[in-house]
Write a protein that binds this ligand. Structure first.
Ligand SMILES: [Fe+2]
Ligand SMILES: [Fe+2]
Length: 268
C-alpha cells in the first residue's frame, strides 16, 4: 500500500516535548557515553538540511511528491536535533548554532562544493533510476536511526530519555514508511534501478553520519551501540531488512560497514 502523503503533510510536526521535564537530567544525568552518542546524533539530525541541499540537485527534485515529503522530513529532523540539543544543554555540553556551524565548516571544499557537484552530475547521468537509489538509501538510514535510538534507550534505561527518544522514533518510522514504499515500487519495476542501487550501496554506503563526523566519533558510537550481543542482533536485523528489498539480497551491508569501524560482529 502506498504511503498517504496528504495525511503526512497535515500531521508533520515538531516532536512534542512540552510535557517533558528536562530538569530531570540534572538529578539523573546521562552517562558520558550517552552524551557522546547524543552529540553524534544531533550532528547528524541538524545536518539534514545539508543532505537536502545535495539531493535537490538530483532528479529527485523533479518529482513533487518526493519534494513534498522532503520538505516535511527536513522540518521534523530539524526538531530532532533541537530536542537533543536541549538534553545536551542541561548537561552543560556545547550545542546549538555554533556547534552546527562548525560541523558544516569542517566539511571543507570537498564536502561543500565537490560532493554536491559530483552528486549532481552522477545523478543526472542516471536519470530517473537515481531516485530508486535515493529512496533505498533513505530507507536504510531511517532504519539505522530508529535502531540507534532504540539501542540508546536499552543501554541507558533513563525514563525521560526514553520518553523523548521514543517520540523521535515514531517520526523516524513514518519517514521509513515513505522511503520504503517508494524504494520498493521503483526497484520492483526496473532491473536497471536494482543494479544501480545494489552497486551504490555496496560501493558507497556508510553508516549515517560517518561522512560528516570525525572517524573517532563514528567508531565510538558504532561500538557503543552495536558491539555486544544486543548490538549484533540489531546489525543482523538491519541486514535482513535490506535483503528483502528487490535485487538487494545478500549484501551484508551493515555488517560490513560497521566492521570497517572496528565493531565485532559475530558471523551467523
Ligand atoms: Fe531524525
Ligand atoms: Fe528520519
Amino acid at each position: 500500500m502506498s504511503f498517504n502523503l496528504d495525511h503526512y503533510k497535515q500531521t508533520a510536526t515538531a516532536v512534542r516535548v512540552d510535557d517533558v521535564d528536562f530538569d530531570d537530567f540534572r538529578d539523573k544525568p546521562l552517562s558520558a557515553e550517552a552524551i557522546r552518542v547524543l552529540h553524534y546524533m544531533t550532528d547528524v539530525e541538524t545536518h539534514t538540511v545539508c543532505y537536502l541541499r545535495d539531493l535537490l540537485v538530483t532528479p529527485s527534485h523533479q518529482n513533487p511528491r518526493i519534494t513534498a515529503f522532503l520538505t516535511m522530513w527536513n522540518f521534523e529532523e530539524f526538531w530532532h536535533g533541537d530536542v537533543i540539543d536541549r538534553i545536551l544543554d542541561v548537561h552543560k555540553e556545547i550545542n546549538g548554532l555554533p556547534r552546527h556551524r562548525s560541523v558544516r565548516v569542517a566539511q571543507g571544499f570537498m564536502g561543500n562544493v565537490v560532493a554536491p557537484i559530483t552528486q549532481c552530475l552522477t545523478a543526472a547521468v542516471l536519470g530517473e533510476d537515481f531516485i530508486a537509489t535515493h529512496m533505498t538509501w533513505g530507507a536504510v538510514n531511517e532504519w539505522s536511526a530508529h535502531a540507534a535510538y532504540g539501542r540508546l534507550i536499552e543501554l541507558e534505561q533513563h525514563a525521560t530519555l526514553t520518553k523523548i527518544l521514543q517520540r523521535i522514533q515514531q517520526q523516524e518510522s513514518r519517514h521509513l514508511a515513505f522511503y520504503m514504499s517508494e524504494a520498493r515500487e521503483r526497484l520492483e519495476r526496473s532491473r536497471k534501478a536494482q543494479r544501480i542501487t545494489r552497486f551504490a550501496l555496496r560501493r558507497f554506503w556508510a553508516p549515517v553520519g560517518s561522512t560528516i563526523t570525525p572517524k573517532s566519533e563514528t567508531r565510538f558510537v558504532l561500538n557503543h551501540l552495536l558491539g555486544g550481543e544486543g548490538g549484533n542482533k540489531m546489525v543482523k536485523m538491519l541486514d535482513s531488512k535490506v535483503d528483502k528489498l528487490p535485487g538487494q539480497e545478500g549484501l551484508s551491508l551493515v555488517t560490513k560497514a560497521v566492521r570497517a569501524f572496528g565493531v565485532r560482529v559475530a558471523t551467523a
